[in-house]
Design a protein around this ligand. Structure first.
Ligand SMILES: [Zn+2]
Length: 489
């Protein structure tokens, strides 16, 4: 608190300059950016965060991009209750075992103790499975392709804004199919959809692959994930897609009459991505000056800062307003900073908030019928003519979007190393962080030993990855797959 008061006394300059440099302390830098860019704030409830309007706007843009793709692939949205009767959650043994340490219960309501305690959903397989059992009778009722946008609660001991909070927002898809193959196809289709959103909307390259049994979703047959590399070299699981097999169908009795008149259990999938992706965007692209937002999810893609002496409201503002209207006319998200602050202060603030493009307009620019255009990602500046400005800015934003993906991909590639001996493996993980690719035997105890020795986990085994050559990196038994290891969030 004392620090905040000091900020106010020293004037607003310190507000922007007081971000811990990313290179000095990544974790503090992240927390500074989250708070100073007004993305989120701590709440009176421990472990829960308040998503502020600027952070929520990023989530909404991401949500729209995801929702469009989810619907374009034949899914529809629905909504299921927040509470799940405890008896339903306990129906699938592996599922309840996996989630029980994180579950919050409602035991009292309406002034009395409930006969059966209610679970605050940590995920919705149990309640949705129960409903599907009523809705499915025949193969003609399949597939069911439903998604829901919701909040879930998983009690966490250690929380971190966006990346791990007790309550978070997400989408969860739950589908039911006639055959195992259809369920597997669905699981992988969604994995591709997630990768597409991460790469083309968030400019965040991901590795698509299968999780090991020890890392799979509680109750699933197979879990697939997309994994991204953050700016500090730690991995982030950015989304998961599960082939549930018939496990939940058997637990919840979801049966149907098949084409051959036999009674069978459906094959299920479930899949989700969360507000954690907002944290991913911050960590992949940000720099010492703060956020760097990909244009596709930037609440403002362009900020216009009028420059001028005391009378700028008369000399410059009308032109700035005209340009704002023109850019909005072609669908860009634009803000015009009319506050009575020095332009330099405004520049730093919008840089910190990650706005991809800044336009500076002063009397001299107006004379030349031009504007000064500054890129947030490369910090390059150039003067562009007002004539045809909207088109030029649009293509500049496209360049920034693809440039950010290229830059992140290059960083990822430079921080991914293939090793074959355990000595080399430990040495690489001890020094430069990032992904380490190595052959692995497939044994859970070997995986656990590696985690114990290095604190790295198997992020996934890429789909269509190279055939492993040689023996397991640790135990030298025949390798089962090439695994991507990393220290992870
Ligand atoms: Zn091994």
């Amino acid at each position: 608190m004392a620090k905040d008061n000091k900020d106010k006394k020293d004037g607003k300059e310190s507000f922007v300059t007081e971000i811990t440099p990313r290179s000095q302390d990544f974790s503090r830098w992240y927390l500074d950016v989250v708070r100073k860019a007004e993305l989120a704030d701590y709440s009176p409830v421990k472990g829960c965060m308040v998503i502020r309007p600027y952070g929520y706007a990023i989530w909404e843009l991401l949500q729209r991009a995801l929702d469009d793709r989810i619907k374009a692939t034949g899914h529809v949205n629905a909504y299921f209750p927040l509470f799940i009767p405890n008896s339903l959650l306990t129906k699938e043994a592996e599922h309840v075992e996996g989630f029980s340490p994180q579950v919050a219960y409602v035991t009292h309501a309406g002034g009395e103790e409930l006969e059966e305690k209610l679970v605050v959903r940590p995920t919705s397989e149990a309640i949705i499975g129960t409903m599907y059992a009523n809705w499915v009778q025949s193969w003609r009722d399949l597939p069911i392709l439903i998604n829901q946008w919701a909040n879930v609660v998983r009690w966490e001991k250690k929380t971190y804004p966006f990346l791990r909070t007790t309550e978070f927002l997400w989408q969860e898809g739950h589908t039911a199919h006639e055959t195992e193959q259809e369920a597997e196809d669905e699981t992988l289709k969604i994995l591709d959809l997630y990768a597409d959103v991460c790469e083309n909307v968030l400019a965040m390259p991901v590795v698509k692959g299968r999780k090991t049994d020890s890392e799979k979703f509680a109750g699933a047959l197979r879990t697939y994930s997309i994994e991204a590399l953050m700016g500090d070299g730690r991995a982030l699981q950015a989304g998961t897609s599960h082939n549930l097999g018939q496990n939940f169908a058997k637990a919840f009795d979801i049966t149907f009459q098949a084409r051959d008149k036999s009674v069978q259990h459906v094959w299920g999938t479930s899949w989700g991505v969360t507000t954690r992706l907002v944290g991913g965007v911050i960590m992949v692209h940000g720099d010492d000056s703060g956020l760097v937002l990909p244009p596709a999810v930037a609440p403002y893609q362009v900020v216009i800062v009028p420059i001028g002496r005391d009378n700028w409201r008369e000399t410059v503002l009308p032109t700035a307003q005209k340009i704002q209207a023109e850019l909005r006319g072609v669908g860009l998200r634009v803000t015009l900073d009319e506050r009575d602050e020095r332009p330099g202060w405004k520049f730093s603030e919008w840089e910190m908030r990650g706005v991809p493009v800044r336009l500076e307009i002063g009397p001299k620019d107006i004379e030349k019928s031009a504007v000064m255009v500054a890129r947030r990602d490369t910090r390059e500046k150039q003067s562009l003519p007002m004539d045809g400005l909207a088109g030029a800015i649009k293509s500049l934003l496209d360049q920034i979007q693809s440039g950010l993906l290229d830059r992140a991909r290059q960083f990822r590639d430079e921080h991914t190393q293939r090793v074959s001996t355990y000595a080399e493996f430990k040495q690489v993980l001890d020094g430069r962080p990032g992904f380490v690719i190595a052959p692995w035997c497939g044994a859970a105890d070997c995986e656990a030993q590696i985690k114990n020795d290095t604190s790295a986990t198997i992020r996934n085994m890429p789909i269509g990855g190279a055939k492993p050559s040689g023996g397991c990196v640790r135990c030298d038994k025949p390798a089962h797959a090439e695994a991507w290891f990393a220290k992870a969030y």
